[in-house]
Design a protein around this ligand. Structure first.
Ligand code: UD1
Ligand code: UDP
Length: 360
């Protein structure tokens, strides 16, 4: 008998990275349902990805919405517990490091339901990041740890997690990129809409709490980005997360050279990433995608839980200094884009589904 699987997700990156797993569950006619926590709810952070990636509707939506960390995590914990009990789920799948992930994993662990953590073993070693706490705690209550790389596996072993629970599968973002890049190329007109040409613009994303909730850091990054625009004489396109937009206006920050646009759907964003001269970001998923797409990346943070991108030469840590950001941009522009993708061959979804459906 195939196990009953609860696929939980709640935010933009979880929807995108869980999509290849859901696609495989559908192909194999597995017994599964989608449980949405509602952490993201705006159409351009949520619904648009269900449509483009042709995902079945969520059977449940807890509608946790936005709140303090404790309130949001607690609402999801309570909501997930109710659904798991009602559905008698036997495996709960979670992906990544958000509050939705931690809360769903904790609810399952307390009900003695098996947990599969996709993207296990990532560490920034920075406990000030809410995501780092979520990663560590989720890994330590999971039964199946789907590590994207050997490095992530080694991290888990070092923390005392039994070898038998760890499976190196690659990252499902490679599957998602392979499955959607050509479609994006056919469907998206974003370059024309924005009036930019291949290789003649930079792409920016910036939303991480430790950057945008801190006025000094946010201001310093924006100053660095203005300098990049001036030094290299190229436009900087910034699809801005609603949280960052709110913080920019609250702090009354300006960045005259940034072209701010609404968050993009996946096809437009992939198209803009793959044609950019370089990407500047504090996003986890965008660091990986830049590496996969062979577009140089400058990470606007002091650390990364994706060190593989740096080791292969695809990425550099610029921190938040207005001086370092343009310097690191120059360094990356001088490099050859000839690295190998360290995140697998695009079959992570298939591997994960094979492992959970032959359990026991
Ligand atoms: C969350 C994750 C982060 C992930 C990001 C992906 C945590 C702690 N953070 O950050 O790891 O990188 O999602 O994008 O789980 N908002 C909207 N519409 C929405 C959702 C949020 O406008 O659909 C705004 C609200 O003002 C909200 C703010 O964004 O207060 C923050 O939302 P939240 O989900 O708490 O965190 P993110 O910054 O999105
Ligand atoms: N993304 C998108 N539109 C955007 C910005 C990002 O579709 O305007 C996608 C991007 O391709 C990647 C994911 O969102 O797959 C990354 O999400 P985010 O940066 O919000 O979260 P993180 O990866 O940092 O947790």
């Amino acid at each position: 008998m195939l196990p009953k699987i609860a696929v939980t997700l709640g935010t933009r990156p979880e929807i995108i990275k869980m999509a290849p797993v859901i696609r495989e569950l559908k192909i194999r006619e597995a017994d599964f349902f989608i449980l949405h926590t509602g952490q993201h709810y705006s159409y351009n952070l949520d619904g648009v990805f269900f449509e483009q990636l042709k995902l079945p509707q969520a059977k449940y939506n807890i509608e946790a919405g936005s709140d303090s960390h404790a309130e949001q995590t607690a609402k999801i914990l309570v909501g997930v517990e109710k659904v798991l009990k009602k559905e008698k789920a036997e495996i709960v799948l979670v992906e990544g490091d958000t509050n939705s992930v931690l809360a769903a994993a904790l609810a399952a662990a307390k009900l003695h339901i098996e947990i599969g953590h996709i993207e296990a073993g990532l560490r920034s070693c920075d406990r000030n990041m809410p995501e780092e706490i979520n990663r560590v705690l989720t890994d330590h209550c999971s039964d199946y740890l789907f590590a994207p790389t050997e490095k992530a596996r080694a991290t888990l072993l070092n923390e005392g997690i039994p070898e038998t629970r760890i499976f190196v599968t690659g990252n499902t973002i490679v599957d998602a990129v392979h499955q959607n890049l050509n479609i994006a190329g056919e469907k998206s007109n974003i370059l024309d809409t924005l009036g930019v040409e291949t290789g003649k613009y930079f792409l920016v994303t910036l939303h991480r709490q430790e950057n945008v909730d801190n006025e000094t850091r946010f201001a310093s990054i924006l100053k660095g980005l203005d300098k990049v625009a001036a030094d290299f004489n190229l436009p900087l396109i910034y699809p801005i997360h609603p949280h960052s937009r709110k913080k920019m206006s609250e702090f009354k920050l300006k960045a005259p050279s940034l072209i701010r646009i609404e968050p993009l759907d996946f096809f437009d964003f992939l198209q803009l990433e793959s044609n950019a001269r370089l990407i500047l970001t504090d996003s986890g998923g965008v660091q990986e995608e830049a590496c996969i797409l062979k577009v140089p990346c400058v990470t606007l943070r002091d650390n990364t839980e994706r060190p593989e991108t740096i080791e292969v030469g695809a990425n550099i840590l610029a921190g938040t200094s207005a001086v370092n950001i343009p310097e690191c941009t120059r360094k990356m522009l001088d490099r050859e884009n000839d690295w190998q993708n360290p995140f697998g061959d695009g079959t992570a979804g298939e591997r994960i589904v094979s492992i959970i459906t032959r359990r026991g």
